[in-house]
Write a protein that binds this ligand. Structure first.
Ligand code: GLU
Length: 331
């Protein structure tokens, strides 16, 4: 795919739910915001089913999502893309990054990482609160990694964030040349041993290479300085699933010509990873809008994992789609 993707000029929005549970009011807000903005800009609205998590995603949840969306009166343009049908495309993109030494195999289990970071006081955490990967497997050379893979040792693939930033930093992307004034902190590890990772901190100029444009509902735009290093070496693929949310979302947004991504604020920080991947893969960068997250009456954010009241529950209680629209400000 890469830079040869066709140029899309009309605005394209998408709603991209994961069928690992039923939709709640927060999803309704998301899809209705997408719909409103798409209509306002005369654009298209696509539906993408993000079902790469083959254990948690279920066909019955996808059917439920479609039922809820139809009930809300939403119509989508074009064919629905189901991510589980495209694993080979994502794997190919990951292999391309691996060939450029931007991805490395990691043999650490969650417990090993926990133990390694537990040796250090105040180990840095990512924006989701997970400890940054201590870089242990960066010390593992290609020959050793190949032997361990051949021996069937379980592993996953991580983005070498420092190297990714170095590549962007060196202006490998034409007009996105670094500007020394724009400096962000980078977290890196120079020396790794399996037992005792030693973190070092370096500074890297990204110089706008990973900036992106965010817009509000009134159409005002602002430039956001991405801080991808706060995520460390994120996982890009696993053995059982040869991709990750980050990789497949940027791949598909580009493939489907998405120009405007409208998603919840819970995904705002992760957008920093997405812009790095877009730059590395030579993909066009959409504009982003992050809508507020809804809470229940106890102040807890609505979430499938907390089994928040679903749209299906509301429907069963006799609430109408019109009432949902009106409640969310789309009356
Ligand atoms: N599939 C993601 C979710 O259901 C949303 C992805 C996105 O909007 O980028 O949370």
């Amino acid at each position: 795919m890469a830079a040869s993707s066709p140029a899309f000029t009309e605005p394209v929005f998408r709603f991209a739910p994961s069928p690992n549970g039923r939709l709640h009011l927060g999803h309704a807000l998301s899809v209705l915001t997408n719909e409103r903005l798409a209509r306002k800009l005369g654009g298209r609205l696509l539906l993408r089913i993000e079902d790469i998590d083959v254990t948690r995603c279920k066909p019955e949840f996808e059917a439920g999502i479609r039922e809820d969306l139809a009930w809300l009166g939403l119509r989508f343009d074009g064919a629905v893309r189901r991510q589980s049908e495209h694993f080979e495309s994502y794997a190919e993109a990951v292999r391309g990054l691996q060939a450029r030494r931007l991805v490395y195999p990691c043999f650490c289990s969650r417990q090993m990482i926990k133990r390694a970071v537990g040796l250090h006081k105040a180990w840095p955490v990512d924006p989701d609160g997970a400890p940054l990967y201590p870089g242990t497997c960066r010390a593992c050379g290609p020959a050793e990694a190949a032997t361990r893979i051949r021996a069937g040792e379980p592993h996953l693939l991580r983005l070498a964030m420092d190297r990714a930033i170095e590549v962007l930093d060196h202006g490998a992307f034409g007009r996105f040349r670094p500007n020394a004034k724009n400096v962000i902190d980078s977290w890196s590890l120079e020396h790794c041993s399996r037992e005792k990772p030693v973190p070092t901190f370096s500074r890297n100029a990204l110089g706008g290479a990973a900036d992106y444009v965010a817009f509000d509902e009134a159409g005002h735009e602002r430039r956001v300085v991405a801080q991808p290093v706060r995520w460390g070496d994120v996982v890009l693929a696993r053995k059982e699933v040869p991709t990750s949310y980050h990789l497949s979302v940027v791949f598909d947004d580009a493939l489907q010509g998405v120009t405007h991504v409208v998603r919840g604020r819970d995904l705002e920080a992760a957008t920093d990873i997405h812009v790095v991947l877009q730059r590395l893969l030579g993909l066009p960068m959409p504009r982003y809008h992050f809508h507020p997250l809804l809470s229940d009456e106890t102040g807890q954010k609505l979430a499938k994992s907390r089994l928040s009241e679903s749209l299906a529950d509301l429907r069963a209680r006799g609430v109408t789609a019109g009432e949902i629209r009106a409640q969310l400000g789309f009356g």
